[in-house]
Design a protein around this ligand. Sequence first.
Ligand code: SAM
Length: 258
Amino acid sequence: MSNMTNTTLENHENTLTNNPVNTSVGTLYGIGIGPGDPELITVKAFRLMKEADVIAYPKKRKGGKSYALTIVEQYTDGLAKDLLGLVFPMTKEENVLKKQWAQTVAQVWEKLSQGKNVVFVTEGDPNLYSTFIHMARLMNQLHPEVPVVSVPGISSVLGAAAQLNIPLADGDEQVGIIPATEDRESMRRVLENHDTVIFLKVAKVLDMMIGLLEELGMADCASVITKVTSGEETIWKDVRQLKGKELEYLTLMVVRKG
Ligand SMILES: C[S@@+](CC[C@H](N)C(=O)[O-])C[C@H]1O[C@@H](n2cnc3c(N)ncnc32)[C@H](O)[C@@H]1O
């Protein structure tokens, strides 16, 4: 076996063991746990949760329910884990965010500095518009000695395609994954330039998006889904009926032309 192959294998082994690089501080894992159905968790995510000292999960406020925790609850119940709820407020106020993030990273660091491995469960995939991205970046700035490992999960985007029973892209088709914003012109360009578009964070601009789709003659190409693949999943195939409705944050829109 060549040296090159050996190195590759060693690296692979490192990511498979629970304390890959540095034994004095714990490892921070960001693991994707899928969009809602507990069966859409990978075997690796399951193993890491089982082996972890601490399972950290995101929530919007103190005492609030965590969607991520609900997904993994059946696997963590009875494991006698240290469960660490981390608050990520839904605000753009810089001061509030800065203070909260400093606290959150300090909470995680406290465990890592004791040599404990922390598994941060993140809904969908940890590298797609996830709080884990910011957490990993801050941890790297403040405590560069902490090994950070991410484990992919099934994104809500992929869950939505399965539930709608449609392909996201075929052949040369182009697909866009876009956080919806109030910038109508930008949203129009996205729609014009792709065969399929998945709009995340769409709830806050739903009326504007429906108006735009009607204007472009694409309203019939759109579907909206909340809490995809979970027991509380709701699908709307006629988006016009959603005008004036307030939907929850965990809602996305799929627009597929043709
Ligand atoms: C911060 S992003 C996180 C995306 C996530 N990392 C993923 O891979 O699915 C949050 C947005 O993703 C979409 N989303 C995430 N989970 C969802 C779910 N279970 N059902 C529907 N939409 C979801 C919503 O549009 C929500 O506003």
